[in-house]
Structure formats: C-alpha cells, structure tokens
Design a protein around this ligand. Sequence first.
Ligand code: S3P
Length: 177
Amino acid sequence: MSRTGSHIVLIGFMGSGKSTIGRLLAERLECPLLDMDEIITEREKMSITDIFEKKGEHYFRKIESQVLQEALNSHEPSVISTGGGAPCHLGGMAYILRKSDSFYLKVGRDRLLQRIVGDRSRPLVKNKTKQELQQFIHETLKKRETIYKRANHIVAAFDRPERIAERLIKRSHKKKV
Ligand code: S3P
C-alpha cells in the first residue's frame, strides 16, 4: 500500500512508542520514515545527550525546529517521528498542524515511567531517580499535553505496536478539520 497525500506526524512524550510505531507505519505504507532524533544525531555527528551537554538545550531546540521544518517541507509523503519536545518549542505544533496529518500517541504516566526509568540515552531523564522522574513526567506532561492534544488524532497507545500502527492507518484517512 503506497501513500499519497500529506505526511503523517507522530507526537507524544518520551517512551510513547513514536519511533517503533513510525517504523512499522512506514513499512506498511511503503513510504520514507523521517526519525527526527536520528536525523539530528547524523547531522551533528553527536548523540542527543552529547548535544545537550556540549551545546545546550537551546541549541538542540533550534536544530530540532530546522529538522522538523525540512521534514514537513519534503515533497514525498513520509512518516515523521518527532522528539517529545518538538511540537512544544519554537512554534512546532502550529507547523505540524499546517503541514501534516498528526497523531498524538497517548500513554499513561505510570506506563511512561516504566518505559523510561533508568534510560541513559535521554538527557532530560538520565540523572533522575525514580521519584524525580515521576515528578518530571507529571509536570512536563501537564504542560505539554495541551499542545499534544491539538493533534488531528489522539490514539491510546498502550497496545501492541502492530495493532496501534493498524489503527493509525485506518484513521489517517479520516482527517478531523
Ligand atoms: C526530548 C525527547 C527526545 C529527544 C530529546 C528531548 C523531549 O526524543 O528529542 O531527548 O524534550 O521530550 P524521544 O521523545 O524520541 O525520546
């Protein structure tokens, strides 16, 4: 099944499954996958953690915003897997809404905590105790969710990735206006 029309953009908190589901979707739809964190890592020749540590979050957000805009302006319809903060900085969500069919992968706080606790590859998480992380998820999700919820579709994403991808494909044909 190949894809015509707009890009599909996946948004959601760290650990919500954007990269895994993005990969499955791109395979099923036979279209390119643009994974923003991978593109940033390749472009900067540095891990996301090193970019945060050596150049700072502000620098990361600028690159992230550029990569998002480039991905959304690319001609071939693609699946774009964003970083958890991409819609929430430098007008990212407005751009996503203008240029794509967007899906918020919604996962509960406890599940997010289980998935990202002890993760050394995510700079915003890596030095936090379980309790600190619980607090961080609570506060950050509260702020971000008002933005995430502006997506064209909100999808409960605690099922098997294959089933979630299947549901997304069905819903991608019914864009809410
Ligand atoms: C971030 C999420 C990460 C990555 C960076 C910042 C965030 O991506 O872009 O560590 O601000 O939520 P994932 O959502 O893919 O983990």
